[in-house]
Ligand binder design. Structure first.
Ligand code: GAL
Length: 454
C-alpha cells in the first residue's frame, strides 16, 4: 500500500512555492506513478516499498525552496520521496546544532546539509556513508572541478554529494540608483567610501546590513581578504596563527568594519538575510555585501540580474573567489535506506539537476564543463574566477569552509562583540583573539585535527 509520506511531499513540491512550469509534467508524471503503483499494489495484495529520505537542511527562502524542489522532483523520478526536516537558520547556525544533538542521541537523519571540515570530522567517526562506488560509476572524477573532487573526499573516500558553489565576496548594487547619479560600482574600499559619501548627501544609505553574527562575519571576512590577500586570510582562519591576529592588517580590517557602520541601514538590527535582501531590493540601500544566494532570491522575486541589480566582487577582491560549497552527507546509520541514499547522491550530479538547481539557488555548478549558456553575468563572473584554480580560491570562514565549528564560533563571537559595542577597542579585540587563537591551535594540535590544506 502507498505510504502517506510519498504522496504528501509530492503535493507539497508542486503547491508550495509556485513550482516552475518545467517541473509540473514531472510532478504529474510522478503522481501518476504513485497512483498506478498504489493501484497495482492494492490489487496484487503486495506491499510496494516506496522509499523516503529524511533530509535535514536550513534552506527556507523562496529560491531555496524552489532549488530543493528540483532535487525532490528528480528524486521522486527514482521513486524516492524527499521528507523535509527543515531547521530554518541563515548559514545553518541552528540547523548544525540540531543536527549535532540528533547525531549524539543516535537519531541521525538519513541525509543532511553538511559543509566544510565537519565532513572530515564526521567521516572519521564512521558516521557518513561511503559514496566511492556511486562516484566511480558516475565518473565524478572526470566531471567535477578538481577542487570539488578533492573537497568531497576528505580522507581519500567520497563522503558527500556536491550541489553547488556560492561566491561569498559579492557586492550587489542597485543599477537604477547608480545610473541615475552617474556612479560606478566601487573596486576598492576607498572608492566605496567616496560613493557612500555621495549617496549620503543624496539621502540614500549605502549598505544594507543586518547585525546577525554570521552576516557581520560575512562582511568582515571580505574586508580581511581585501586587506591581506589569501595567504594572510589562511593564516588567520585556517591555521589560526596567534601572531596573525596582532598583525596591523587585522587591526585595519576591524577599523574598516566599524567605519562602515555609518553607511548601514540597520547595523543594530537582527534581520534574516532575506529580509536584508528585501531592503536592498526595495531600494532602501544602494549596495549589499552577501553571498550570491541573494541573487537567486531576487531572481525568485521577479528581479532579473542586470536589469534591477548588478553584482561585482566586493572591493579589493576581484581576483579571488571566497567560496562556499554546499554538499549533502548521507548518514550510515540505517541500512534499509542505503539504496535511496545512493540514488540521491546520483541525482545531485545529473547535469540537468546541476544546471537547474544552481540557476535557481544563485550558485554555480560543481562541474568542469557546465552549460555556460544557462548562466547569467553574475554566475559567469563567479565561474570565471573559480575555474582559475587554487590561486583564486579562498575558503569562506563565515560559511564553514576554513575551520572547525568551535574555532569559527569563538572567532565570530569576538568580532561580533566588537561590531556591536563601540566601546570595545581594536587593541582589546586583537588581544582577545590572540588568546583565543592560542587556545584553539593548542586544542587543534592535541587532537591532531589541524588540517590546513584548505
Ligand atoms: C550558506 C549556505 C547557503 C545559504 C546561506 C544562507 O552557509 O551555504 O546555501 O543557505 O548560508 O543561509
Amino acid at each position: 500500500m502507498l505510504s502517506i509520506k510519498i504522496s504528501l511531499p509530492l503535493w507539497k513540491i508542486g503547491l508550495r512555492n509556485g513550482l516552475g512550469a518545467w517541473a509540473w509534467p514531472l510532478v504529474l508524471r510522478n503522481l501518476l506513478v504513485v497512483v498506478l503503483v498504489g493501484w497495482a499494489g492494492a490489487n496484487a495484495q503486495a506491499e510496494v516499498p516506496l522509499e523516503s529520505l529524511q533530509v535535514l537542511h536550513w534552506w527556507n527562502s523562496t529560491s531555496e525552496h524552489s532549488a530543493i524542489d528540483v532535487l525532490a522532483v528528480s528524486l521522486a523520478e527514482e521513486n524516492v520521496a524527499w521528507q523535509e526536516q527543515l531547521i530554518p537558520s541563515g548559514s545553518g547556525v541552528g540547523a548544525i546544532i540540531v543536527l549535532k544533538s540528533r547525531v549524539l542521541a543516535g537519531d541521525a537523519p538519513d541525509v543532511a546539509q553538511l559543509n566544510g571540515p565537519l565532513i572530515g570530522e564526521w567521516a572519521d567517526l564512521g558516521l557518513l556513508l561511503d559514496l566511492d562506488k556511486v562516484a566511480e560509476s558516475g565518473k565524478w572524477d572526470k566531471l567535477l572541478l578538481p577542487k570539488i573532487a578533492t573537497w568531497i573526499r576528505p580522507r581519500g573516500h567520497v563522503v558527500v554529494a556536491p550541489l553547488g558553489i556560492h561566491r561569498v565576496n559579492t557586492l550587489f548594487y542597485n543599477r537604477k540608483i547608480f545610473a541615475q547619479y552617474g556612479l560606478q560600482p566601487p573596486q576598492t574600499w576607498d572608492e566605496f567610501e567616496r560613493v557612500a559619501a555621495k549617496l549620503h548627501q543624496l539621502g540614500i544609505p549605502a549598505l544594507a546590513q543586518s547585525s546577525e553574527a554570521w552576516q557581520v562575519a560575512t562582511l568582515f571576512e571580505t574586508l580581511v581578504l581585501a586587506e591581506g590577500g589569501p595567504n594572510y586570510f589562511r593564516d588567520l582562519f585556517v591555521k589560526k596563527e596567534p601572531s596573525a591576529y596582532s598583525d596591523p592588517r587585522f587591526g585595519r580590517a576591524l577599523k574598516r568594519l566599524r567605519n562602515l557602520k555609518q553607511w548601514m541601514t540597520t547595523p543594530n538590527q537582527e534581520l534574516t538575510w532575506n529580509e536584508v535582501t528585501r531592503q536592498f531590493a526595495d531600494g532602501a540601500a544602494a549596495m549589499m555585501v552577501m553571498g550570491d544566494w541573494a541573487k537567486g532570491e531576487m531572481n525568485a522575486w521577479g528581479m532579473a540580474t542586470d536589469s534591477s541589480f548588478g553584482c561585482v566582487a566586493t572591493p579589493g577582491t576581484a581576483d579571488y573567489h571566497l567560496f562556499d560549497i554546499d554538499t549533502l552527507a548521507m548518514f550510515a546509520t540505517k541500512n534499509s535506506h542505503r539504496s535511496a541514499q545512493l540514488k540521491l547522491a546520483q541525482v545531485t550530479m545529473s547535469p540537468a539537476v546541476q544546471a537547474s538547481y544552481n540557476q535557481i539557488k544563485g550558485s554555480i555548478p560543481v562541474l568542469r564543463n557546465p552549460d555556460l549558456s544557462k548562466m547569467d553575468s553574475c554566475a559567469r563572473l563567479s565561474w570565471n574566477v573559480f575555474s582559475r584554480g587554487s590561486s583564486a580560491q579562498v575558503p569562506s570562514f563565515a560559511h564553514r569552509m576554513a575551520t572547525d565549528e568551535t574555532s569559527r564560533d569563538a572567532i565570530i563571537g569576538e568580532v561580533y562583540r566588537y561590531f556591536m559595542d563601540d566601546q570595545i577597542t581594536i587593541q582589546d579585540t586583537q588581544r582577545r583573539l590572540v588568546s583565543v587563537a592560542r587556545i584553539l591551535t593548542k586544542i587543534g594540535m592535541e587532537n591532531n585535527a589541524q588540517d590546513t590544506h584548505r
